[in-house]
Design a protein around this ligand. Structure first.
Ligand code: LP5
Ligand code: MN
Length: 245
């Protein structure tokens, strides 16, 4: 029995080789998983489930649904770029949208899952932005606008975000150790799996005298036409990273 974890694929029509890596994964290794957890930023951005201009909306929903039909349970946790994925996409892709954070069990071990952006508490400007766009009222107002207006708005946010990031240090954009400790304390000292920071690592933490493992998932990337991804696999009682190409 395997359980798979992926995040930060940032899929877009502009990176077809990366989409192909994901499609090969869905048709291949993912079929060995009883459960697949997608921990956010599957897409580069998501303007709404009605964005049928985006071929990745329909194509990937069908391929995810085919995986689900084969017996793999698919869970999706929203990232900071695709938190507008909603019930319609979930129905078409046959996946379940998970609340953040979510506690699961891998054998006897409790493990907490989150995207990771909520842990970056030193990034005060981002947390203020996040608090605003994650309110149901804001999202309902946003989704009531025409698709073209939403895409225009998102393009502006992406530009502002890139400009803002250029002025932030790497430390500010990393997960805050106190925020991690507080989260693990609140949930009874489980393990932690998250993405977002694009700093894949295994951290061995001591939180109030409890040993906790924190796995940071790798982002998928396409550089000089070469695309690669990574899946964290739980099998035979332990976690390991498997490269995908
Ligand atoms: O994604 P990444 O890793 O590049 O950067 C993130 C933070 N940036 C974001 C923005 C997204 O990348 C782009 C938008 C995605 C589309 C979502 C749809 C939303 C539409 C609204 C729906 C209701 O998440 C970045 C972090 C970085 O992670 C590291 O953790 O630093 O945060 C920023 O750069 C934010 C800026 O500091 C402040 C906000 C600038 C945008 C202001 C827009 C004005 C509109 C106001 C609306 C509330
Ligand atoms: Mn992210």
């Amino acid at each position: 029995m395997q359980v798979h974890f992926i995040s930060d694929l940032h899929l877009t029509v502009d990176r077809p080789a990366l989409t192909a890596v994901f499609e090969r994964y869905l048709a291949g290794p993912a079929r060995n998983a009883e459960s697949l957890y997608i921990l956010g930023d599957l897409y580069e951005y998501w303007a709404g489930d009605d964005d049928q201009d985006d071929p990745l909306n329909g194509d990937l929903a069908r391929q995810l649904a085919a995986l689900a039909d084969g017996g793999t349970r698919i869970h999706f946790m929203p990232g900071n770029r695709d938190f507008l994925i909603g019930a319609d996409f979930a129905r078409r892709a046959r996946l379940e949208i998970l609340p953040e954070p979510s506690l699961i069990h891998l054998g006897p071990q409790a493990v907490l899952l989150c995207h990771g952006d909520s842990l970056c508490t030193d990034d005060v400007a981002y947390q203020a932005f996040r608090a605003q766009v994650r309110t149901p009222a804001y999202q309902a107002q946003f989704l009531s606008q025409p698709l073209a207006a939403r895409k225009h708005f998102i393009a502006g946010v992406r530009q502002k975000s890139e400009a803002a990031k250029a002025g932030k240090s790497a430390e500010i954009m990393d997960a805050n150790e106190e925020a991690i400790a507080a989260l693990l304390r609140e949930h009874g000292y489980p393990g932690l799996i998250h993405g977002h920071t694009h700093r894949p690592a295994l951290h061995h933490l001591d939180v109030d005298g409890h040993s906790c493992e924190r796995w940071v998932l790798a982002d998928w990337r396409e550089e000089a036409g070469k695309a690669s991804g990574e899946v964290l696999v739980w099998a035979d009682g332990s976690l390991s990273r498997q490269p995908l190409a």
